[in-house]
Each structure stands twice: as structure tokens, then as C-alpha cells.
Design a protein around this ligand. Structure first.
Ligand code: HEC
Length: 120
């Protein structure tokens, strides 16, 4: 997850005109290869109640496995799209693609399934 955050930051910088294109391209590629690994990150028993202080994953993840899987899928698809737009190099398209990924995947999943490490 931290890696996803760093990748998004690098792409944001580029879109804002403050980062190198190569850095954004590398980040987009990393995002695309990291996204499919997310489904392995949250095995049953890794929620914030089972691992207080360590995990911020809400137990609701395992109550709604289909919904959670759909969000994982949205992340993989969105990351692949974003990588294509970064390679194509049009800043306005990259910005749109990044916004939709952040809203439909990162944000949507965090809103429902990311809590706090103290078990909330
Ligand atoms: C399918 C659900 C899901 C998607 C999609 C998702 N995340 Fe997360 N993310 C989580 C959960 C659950 C946590 C809390 C895990 C924990 O800290 O134990 C989290 C935590 C994080 C953290 C905090 C990590 C930490 O150690 O405190 C960052 C940063 C993050 N996500 C970035 C992203 C970015 C950027 C994206 C999109 C590119 C994204 N996430 C997409 C579920 C998701």
C-alpha cells in the first residue's frame, strides 16, 4: 500500500509539472505490477481487531468478499489504464485517469475498508 502511495505521488508530481517523465513512467509501471498483488495482502485474520496496532484493515472486508474483490479488480484495471496514459504522455489524460483510479479504487476501498490501527 505504501508503494502504491509513492507511485501515485510520483505521477502527481509529473502531472503538476514538477516531476520527471521517466519517474512517472517508472511509477506507473510499478503501480501496474503491484496492483495485482493486493488480493494477497489481506488474508483472513489480518484485520484490525485480530492485529490491533498493526493492521488498519476493517473486519468488514471479510463480510463483503465480492465487493472487496471488485475493488481489487478496479485497482488492477485502473492501474493498467493509467500506465497506458502515462506512456502516451498527454498530461490532461493522465490527470483524468489518475483521478478516476483514486476515486473508484483507492478512495472507494479506503472509505469502506480502511480503519485505524487501534481497531476502529
Ligand atoms: C481493495 C481495497 C484497496 C484498494 C483498491 C486500495 N487500498 Fe490502500 N489500503 C487498503 C486497506 C484495507 C488499508 C489498511 C491496511 C493496513 O494499514 O493494515 C490500506 C492502506 C493504505 C495506505 C496506508 C498504509 C499504512 O501502512 O498505513 C496507503 C498509503 C494506501 N492504502 C494507498 C493506496 C493507494 C494509493 C491506492 C490506489 C492506487 C490504494 N491504496 C488502493 C485497501 C485498499
Amino acid at each position: 500500500m505504501d508503494r502504491l502511495g509513492d507511485d501515485i505521488k510520483a505521477i502527481k508530481l509529473y502531472v503538476a509539472g514538477q516531476g520527471a517523465r521517466e519517474a512517472a513512467a517508472a511509477a506507473a509501471k510499478d503501480l501496474e505490477t503491484t496492483a495485482p498483488l493486493v488480493p494477497g495482502l489481506f488474508p483472513p485474520g489480518s484485520d484490525s481487531k485480530a492485529l490491533p496496532g498493526k493492521s488498519a484493515a476493517k473486519p468488514e472486508i471479510w463480510d463483503n468478499p465480492d465487493d472487496f474483490q471488485q475493488l481489487e479488480q478496479a485497482l488492477t484495471t485502473g492501474a493498467a489504464d493509467l500506465r497506458k496514459t502515462v506512456d502516451a504522455g498527454d498530461v490532461a489524460t493522465i490527470r483524468d485517469s489518475m483521478r478516476s483510479l483514486a476515486k473508484n479504487a483507492c478512495g472507494a476501498c479506503h472509505e469502506n475498508y480502511r480503519g485505524r490501527k487501534d481497531g476502529d
